[in-house]
Design a protein around this ligand. Structure first.
Ligand SMILES: Cc1ncc(COP(=O)(O)O)c(C=O)c1O
Length: 424
């Protein structure tokens, strides 16, 4: 196999015809395969099915003297505070445990900033003339959609292997209309990057012009190693506090990929002053979240050490799937020099950079062959990847044999799109 850039036009045409025949044969199978969303597979869900047995015992209804079946405890159950404070390495007083989705808590934060303002806002964001938000990209499409939906201008911040490019971040926060930034600091979605200590230090020491700038620290993959041991991670809350920025940071996490997506528990960690302020607003919209589920999770996960044991079991299941993706790309694509990709050791994604100008075409070819992938461009603000290059692979959900077939198809499509781009 020669690098495609070195092929003559005749060789490219010959190669394309051979690939086309394989592609047509694949399409004829009429398969429906999905590598689009980071969902745990059935084997992973089976690891946590014991959680349903816990709340049939009446002695479990009472936790720290509170009956979880009744109203109360807007900030969540103390047992859940202790569990998540240990996992995130912060103080239980800094934890708010909400409903079943951290994304919803993030939306709610932006929404409250918009309608009422955050704790240090001079006025609600809806009364500002201009609103801008920093979006490290490639990033998580659902983050970008939230701020887009509130009318923020989305500003792309390039990602480096140490996390967001901090020179660019530091430059933009001098603008008072920049109200916040989306960050996924550990096993970033989709690149799987762990922010370096230096990046984290510079985030904590930011001096934004906006007094209500929100550092949204979405630690969705805090304990999600699938290769190697747990990687300890600095507590952003205490780092910000040490820099005089205690109220700047809002850290999020959830058990969506520890227990069950949609059936888990979501967490916000923030300064006590921020939590007091937010609770004064949240208390208007809800009396209390689902404490039965919080108690179920506190009993099931017990503590950080026990949670990490469960994560090892998840790792054994999804590690195999990441190996299929990386081995296939190494074998089929690396020698052709038509794409590069990250090699994460945790999280839920492999981020692939196809030959510029070919991501959309690859996506379309795959779609026509019955393979669903997250839309090309989705990892960039407004769904527009300026290089038309990045594709996000989510290998966790399909069974291994289906994943292998989907990856074979992906390699075929990457190759066809690259040849078309080089000229036929
Ligand atoms: C970075 C990131 N944050 C949040 C979520 C969604 O979390 P939740 O299920 O808690 O809403 C995801 C899901 O893929 C994610 O990748």
């Amino acid at each position: 196999m020669k690098p495609y850039a070195k092929l003559t036009k005749e060789e490219r045409n010959e190669e394309y015809a051979a690939l086309r025949a394989q592609y047509d044969a694949f399409c004829a199978k009429g398969l429906k395969l999905n590598m689009a969303r980071g969902k745990p597979g059935d084997e992973q869900l089976a690891l946590v099915s014991g959680i349903f047995d816990l709340m049939i015992r009446p002695e479990n209804y009472i936790s720290d003297g509170t009956d979880v079946r009744n109203y109360g405890e807007l900030r969540g159950m103390p047992a859940a505070h202790r569990l998540f404070a240990e996992i995130l390495d912060c103080k239980p007083e800094q934890i708010f445990v909400g409903g079943n989705s951290s994304l919803q808590l993030m939306y709610d934060l932006v929404s409250k900033g918009y309608t009422h303002g955050l704790k240090n806002s001079p006025r609600p964001w809806c009364r500002e003339e201009k609103l801008r938000w920093l979006c490290p990209a490639p990033g998580y499409d659902r983050h970008f959609k939230i701020t887009e939906s509130f009318g923020f201008e989305l500003i792309t911040i390039p990602m480096t292997e140490d996390g967001p490019d901090m020179d660019t971040v530091e430059k933009y926060v001098k603008d008072p209309s920049v109200k916040g930034i989306w960050c996924v600091p550990k096993y970033s979605n989709p690149d799987g990057i762990i922010y370096s200590d230096e990046t984290i230090r510079r985030f904590a020491a930011l001096r934004p012009a906006a007094p209500d700038f929100a550092l949204v620290w979405d630690n969705a993959y805090a304990v999600h190693e699938f290769e190697g041991d747990y990687v300890p991670f600095p507590d952003i809350l205490s780092l910000c506090e040490a820099e005089g920025n205690a109220d700047m940071v809002y850290e999020f996490a959830s058990t969506s990929k520890i227990t069950m997506p949609g059936g888990g528990v979501a967490v916000l960690a923030a300064s006590e002053a921020n939590l007091d302020y937010l609770c004064s607003l949240i208390g208007v919209q809800i009396i209390s979240y689902d404490k039965i589920n919080q108690q179920r999770h506190a009993l099931f996960l017990k503590d950080k050490a026990h949670t990490l044991e469960l994560m090892k079991k998840h790792a054994a299941v999804i590690g195999k799937r990441f190996k299929v993706v990386l081995d296939t790309l190494d074998r089929e694509i690396a020698p052709l020099e038509i794409a590069t990709w990250n090699r994460p050791t945790g999280g839920y994604f492999v981020s692939l950079f196809a030959m510029p100008g070919t991501a959309k075409r690859t996506h379309q070819l795959l779609k026509d062959a019955g393979v669903t992938l997250t839309g090309a461009g989705a990892t960039y603000p407004y769904g527009k990847d300026p290089a038309d290059s990045n594709l996000r692979i989510a290998p966790s959900y399909p069974p291994v044999d289906e994943l292998q077939q989907a990856m074979n198809a992906m390699c075929l499509c990457l190759r066809m799109a690259a040849l078309e781009q080089l000229g036929l």
